[in-house]
Design a protein around this ligand. Structure first.
Ligand SMILES: Nc1ncnc2c1ncn2[C@@H]1O[C@H](COP(=O)(O)OP(=O)(O)OP(=O)(O)O)[C@@H](O)[C@H]1O
Ligand SMILES: [Mg+2]
Length: 388
């Protein structure tokens, strides 16, 4: 039997829960062509939300087309332009012959080689001369607008993992280039999303940056406990197994409401449950998840310099005044400037999240592992006590 939980994939249909408000808002932005920027830490559900909202919006508006470019693994501007051109051509055309025809008509200066593929999923690809492409990407940047206008369509271009463009050769120049084209589009809007909060905030809220005030900002939160409990109980019952609301709540608490981990832990619990779940099963599944990840966590931890590790320890111990003399000495944190550096480095490494000055661990299982296994700390709070 297929397990009723998914993680590491886009959550769709019965695997998708909550987010009614965000879905409705984003779908409205899509149908009304309002640019949107979505920010949340990794694995909180950005891609799933965009996919859900896209489905909703497409049902509401026949003339709408939505395409996605994922910058994961995209290392330079040239690759980005190539992917963008393909995504736009495919989503604005109903058949691949039409897309190939459009490619021939819309590219005048930049003539790509069109490669027909034997793979029916991926009927053709484009090959541009990269030198020309860098000098002259205008035709690609305006392709969506041109095609939408000609075909009387509205288009939304979604760009996932947008923060990756920071690794391009000249990210600032790149952003200026995009903005100068995109702000003129009348039939196309953009949805840009990514997980590096500090970097995304800088790109979109810093007045000196090209994308300042480009669109509406949406900060995705975790999913609340009530929705999770209903979801977990329902997924168990749909597959003929039982779990109580209280047990579901323990799962949510152990996974700290983190969407990916709630699904993963639920799956581990489900696999261990024959008919009815027990509290013991939940804790066992949690311990086993921690074990599964411990090698990864050890590798991450070994790479941390002492200052940063000490900073994490102080944080786990519940210290609030991290730059006070007492704390600096007790945890050997160095100077208060060192503390700031450690904090920033840990945020940069995606270990901590800084939400308007409020510092928290991004990964609740890592937090648990670090406190309980690595530092062997006494149970400090409910999360640690829960596992006895
Ligand atoms: N609305 C939801 N309902 C149920 N589960 C969800 C939901 N959103 C996310 N998840 C869970 O979290 C996982 C990660 O979701 P998703 O890939 O959408 O997040 P993301 O923020 O795009 O992640 P990344 O930063 O890695 O790109 C999913 O595989 C699923 O297990
Ligand atoms: Mg994603």
């Amino acid at each position: 039997m297929e397990t009723p939980f998914v993680f590491g994939k886009i959550a769709k249909n019965e695997n998708f829960t909550d987010r009614e408000k965000e879905t409705a808002q984003l779908a409205t932005n899509f149908t009304s062509l309002i640019n949107t920027i979505i920010i949340s830490p990794r694995r909180w559900g950005k891609s799933s939300l965009v996919s859900k909202a896209a489905e909703t919006a497409l049902n509401q508006k026949n003339s709408l087309r939505i395409c996605t470019v994922d910058l994961f693994n995209v290392r330079n501007e040239e690759e980005f332009y190539t992917l963008l051109a393909m995504a736009v051509l495919k989503s604005a055309s109903s058949r691949w012959e039409e897309a190939v025809d459009a490619a021939k008509r819309f590219f005048r200066k930049l003539v790509p080689k069109i490669i027909l593929s034997p793979d029916p999923q991926n009927e053709f690809s484009l090959d541009f001369d990269w030198k020309e492409l860098l000098q002259n990407p205008d035709e690609i940047l305006d392709l969506a607008e041109k095609m939408a206008t000609e075909k009387e369509l509205s288009m939304v271009v979604c760009i996932d993992e947008f923060q990756n463009m920071a690794g391009f050769d000249n990210p600032l120049f790149f952003q200026k280039r995009l903005r100068s084209h995109w702000q003129q589009h009348q039939h196309v809007s953009y949805c840009l999303y990514g997980s590096k909060r500090h970097m995304m905030l800088d790109v979109f809220t810093n007045p000196s940056m090209p994308f300042y005030k480009f669109g509406e900002l949406l900060f995705l939160e975790k999913i609340d406990t009530e929705s999770w409990i209903t979801f977990i109980v329902e997924r168990f019952s749909a597959t003929g197994k039982k779990i109580t609301a209280t047990q579901a709540e323990i799962i949510v608490r152990l996974a700290d409401n983190h969407p990916y981990y709630v699904q993963q832990l639920s799956q581990q619990v489900w696999l261990r449950t024959i008919h009815s779940c027990t509290d013991e099963t939940v804790y066992l599944a949690h311990r086993s998840l921690v074990e599964q990840l411990s090698l990864l966590f050890a590798t991450i931890t070994e790479a941390l310099p002492d200052n940063q590790l000490n900073f994490l320890k102080a944080l786990l111990a519940g210290e609030k005044a991290l730059t006070s003399t007492g704390v600096l000495i007790k945890y050997r944190l160095g100077s208060s400037a060192n503390v700031m550096r450690s904090k920033n480095a840990l945020v940069e490494k995606d270990i901590l999240d800084n939400k308007a000055g409020e510092i928290s661990f991004q990964d609740p299982i890592y937090r648990y592992w670090l406190a309980k296994i690595f530092f062997r700390m006494d149970p400090q709070d409910n999360l640690l006590e829960a596992n006895g």
